[in-house]
Design a protein around this ligand. Structure first.
Ligand code: PLP
Length: 360
């Protein structure tokens, strides 16, 4: 049976990226040696690094004064490296979920953290708005898409201080106005590749301003090379995840870039939210205006609470994978990232409709 993969991350990847990864494991770039076994100093690899960097720049319209880095350690390492590199005394954080809270915890190792607003009072089911941004803080940190709760910031924030964003789960799902951000980071394993690499897009002029001494590997400037092919090559980069990222970015470009992705994503999210709102058995958990187009969270309506396990079982029998909600929200979560085919979303909608018919 065909499986429909709604895992939250690691998650579904474009089929063609997976296919070329398989080919590259056998033979990378016609060298007769596989990608897992080549030196990261071979010319073929330098070309992949350069192209990956260029694809990012092209897809997100990244200006010259920003560096793009590919680092090990995942988004969680960046929770730490961001304050290490940018905070002298104080930083501001918007608390929109568990990931934001984890970022706050790490920032506190480096100085004072002001929480500008939090939606913890309603289990992070909405995005706080109308908060004020302290101008004595060195940056404002936001999480643009809250993977666990299915909320997303839909309006770009105008910040008087450098804006830093964890975009782990919505990068490349839509166009962004890069000029509003000083630094964007995330783990690759939601929208851009397999686990094992994080991306960092940083405006170079915000670096080098902290008073503390940074260990070499923790200083973002260490990873900015003299040329694109030297970038992220201070030590051995995560070669294979970067290769799959390269193939994924090529796929995004072929489909028409982030504008095309956004259109497809909105269509997919519209199908699923439409069904949640129509179907008497289900209710969405996120505030409507803040609904994420990447992670769709829903629960059984009160009168059907006892059917939750049945629906999970039924959906499984129809090939749905990974729709059990995160333990902090319960119910269901369908992660419908870029690479999740419309066909899978249609299959889930059909499954919800059929389940409703079975429970008149
Ligand atoms: C998944 C996720 C993370 C954690 O990423 P790791 O690479 O596992 O450290 C952080 N922030 C957000 C928004 C996420 O979705």
């Amino acid at each position: 049976m065909k499986k429909h993969n709604f895992n939250a991350g690691p998650c579904v990847l474009p089929k063609q990226a997976v296919e070329s990864a398989i080919d590259a494991i056998r033979d990378f770039d016609g060298t007769g040696i596989g990608i897992l076994e080549i030196s990261h100093r071979t010319p073929g690899w330098e070309r992949i690094m350069q192209e990956t960097n260029q694809l990012w720049r092209e897809l997100l319209n990244i200006p010259e004064d920003y560096a793009v880095l590919f680092l090990g350690g995942g988004a969680s390492t960046e929770f730490n490296l961001v304050p290490a590199n940018l905070m002298n005394k104080k930083a501001a954080y918007l608390q929109t979920g568990v990931w934001a809270k984890k970022a706050i915890k790490e920032a506190k190792f480096y100085g004072e953290v002001e929480i500008v607003a939090s939606s913890e009072d309603k289990n992070y089911s909405y995005i706080p708005k109308g908060f004020s941004i302290p101008t004595d803080a060195e940056y404002l940190h936001i999480t643009t898409n809250n993977t666990i709760y299915g909320t997303e910031i839909h309006e770009e924030i105008d910040s008087p201080i450098p804006l830093v964003a964890d975009m782990s789960s919505d990068i490349l799902s839509r166009p962004i106005d890069l000029s509003k951000y000083a630094l964007i980071y995330g783990g690759a394993q939601k929208n851009v590749g397999p686990a094992g690499v994080a991306f960092v897009i940083v405006r170079k002029d915000v670096l080098g301003k902290v008073d503390r001494q940074l260990p070499t590997i923790m200083d973002y400037r260490t990873h900015i090379g003299a040329s694109l092919k030297d970038s992220s090559m201070f030590n051995t980069p995560p070669v294979f995840p970067i290769f799959v990222m390269h193939e994924t970015l090529k796929w995004v470009k072929e489909l028409g870039g982030v504008e095309a992705m956004q259109k497809i994503n909105k269509h997919k999210a519209g199908l699923l939210y439409g069904e949640i709102d129509r179907n008497k058995m289900f209710v969405g958990t996120a505030a409507k205006e803040d609904r994420s187009i990447m992670n769709v969270c829903f629960v059984m309506a009160d009168e059907y609470k006892d059917k939750e396990a049945d629906f999970l079982e039924f959906s499984k029998s129809k090939g749905m994978v990974g729709i059990k909600g995160h333990r902090s929200v319960g119910g269901f979560r369908a992660s419908i990232y870029n690479a999740c085919p419309t066909e899978s979303v249609e299959a889930l909608v059909a499954c919800m409709q059929e389940f409703e018919k079975m429970n008149p």
